[in-house]
Design a protein around this ligand. Structure first.
Ligand SMILES: *[C@@H]1O[C@H](CO)[C@@H](O)[C@H](O)[C@H]1NC(C)=O
Ligand SMILES: *[C@@H]1O[C@H](CO)[C@@H](O)[C@H](O)[C@H]1NC(C)=O
Ligand SMILES: *[C@@H]1O[C@H](CO)[C@@H](O)[C@H](O)[C@H]1NC(C)=O
Ligand SMILES: *[C@@H]1O[C@H](CO)[C@@H](O)[C@H](O)[C@H]1NC(C)=O
Length: 354
């Protein structure tokens, strides 16, 4: 996951994202409004009627691998699911309003290869806005979810793993749960996750290896909970051979208010965070609990809950942590003492470290 894959990621995104949603000549389109929708493949009508979800699915089912559907119409799919099979390119150019289907995604791609969603705008209260497992070479581009509850994007825990997943800019507002939650991805590139007024995490990554994340930016995320704008959990970053050689890279974490800023827990680590900018977090600005080989290379914390290195007895103690940080107006505490924890602190915050 070094220079080569960063370059291929950039190239893949550049080719996946068309100049504009619906531009050029999509192989199939969905048009209409209200209770009248039409799906065409080329000049062949494949659906006409009042069911927006059925129109979208008919358009998707009419194309082959490597072909593109552009949904130009806005509408509501209700508590249903749109399913995207291998190799297909799905563009949501209108606003797709969704309902809540228990345990399921409003849009799903399961056990597929090479699916692309260059554009999507979603509103509503889904169980999962987008749901994935068993994907390979999945690319998400500009995804905007203005939700009134539910979870934004979920990669499932109990199903087949994923590899080579790319995300461009993911903006999620109003999710009741997480904006983005991943499990079981090897090879993940994310440009940006922007979370606003989200109930749980901005980005929660678990059992994920070889990740490159640009910016995670949260405002009023996880208020009143132990979740965080960025959370690593459940052996995130641990390599298949059990070691914690660094393979998770994050450029920047910004968090304002909400619950925690950054939280690493349950035998995660193998990570370098280049910079943090955290202020007025309602819970720990930073909590590092039973994590291994983790660096925060710079940035600042101003106010909010304390910066804490901790450990629970159920897992091996926190070890190999390097933190270079300016901390003002809140305290820094290491308890219990970790192993090989190296602090380079500036700022006015009170210190209680080993
Ligand atoms: C989504 O929310 C953003 C920010 O509040 C707003 O600019 C945009 O118009 C909204 N889009 C839809 C489709 O609701
Ligand atoms: C941390 O990761 C780096 C980079 O892979 C590796 O060289 C180092 O040995 C690791 N340190 C520990 C203590 O795991
Ligand atoms: C926090 O600390 C900085 C630096 O010492 C100081 O300038 C600032 O006034 C303090 N208070 C707030 C609320 O930021
Ligand atoms: C602690 O970190 C500082 C700054 O990065 C570095 O100069 C120093 O060698 C480190 N010490 C240990 C024991 O790793």
């Amino acid at each position: 996951m070094a220079k080569f894959s960063i370059l291929t990621a950039v190239l893949a995104l550049a080719s996946a994202v068309q100049a504009q949603c619906g531009s050029g000549t999509p192989h199939a389109t969905v048009t209409g409004s209200g209770n009248s929708f039409t799906a065409n493949r080329g000049s062949t009508r494949v659906y006409s009627g009042s069911d927006y979800r059925a129109a979208i699915q008919a358009a998707l089912d009419s194309i082959g691998s490597g072909q593109r559907v552009s949904v130009m119409a806005s509408g509501s799919i209700g508590a249903g699911t749109i399913s995207i099979s291998s190799g297909k390119i799905f563009e949501g150019c209108g606003t797709i309003n969704v309902g809540n289907r228990g345990g399921r995604g409003a849009i799903e791609s399961l056990n597929t290869q090479g699916v692309q969603i260059p554009y999507l705008t979603m509103t509503g209260n889904p169980y999962f806005g987008l749901r994935f497992y068993g994907t390979r070479d999945l690319t998400l581009g500009e995804i905007t979810m203005n939700l009134s509850g539910g979870m934004g994007i979920r990669f499932e825990r109990d199903y087949a793993a994923n590899s080579n997943v790319k995300m461009g800019t993911i903006r999620v507002t109003g999710a009741g749960s997480h904006a983005v939650e991943t499990w079981n991805i090897d090879g993940l590139t994310i440009d940006r996750v922007i979370a606003r007024n989200v109930g749980e995490c901005g980005l929660l990554i678990q059992k994920t290896t070889n990740a490159q994340v640009g910016l995670v930016d949260g405002d009023n995320v996880a208020t009143g909970t132990g979740y965080a704008t960025l959370r690593f959990a459940n052996n995130n970053g641990q390599n298949p051979n059990g070691n914690y050689n660094t393979n998770i890279y994050v450029d920047k974490v910004v968090s304002r208010g909400g619950g925690r800023g950054f939280f690493c827990v349950s035998q995660s680590g193998a990570a370098v965070i280049k910079e943090v900018d955290l202020a007025n977090n309602g819970n720990n600005a930073i909590l590092i609990e039973n994590c291994y080989n983790l660096s925060i290379r710079g940035g600042r914390v101003n106010g909010g809950g304390e910066v804490r290195v901790a450990a629970r007895s159920e897992f091996p103690n926190t070890r190999d942590v390097w933190i270079t940080l300016n901390v003002d107006n809140t305290s820094v505490r290491e308890s219990p003492c970790g192993e090989n924890v190296n602090w380079s602190l500036t700022g006015n915050g009170r210190r209680d470290i080993c």
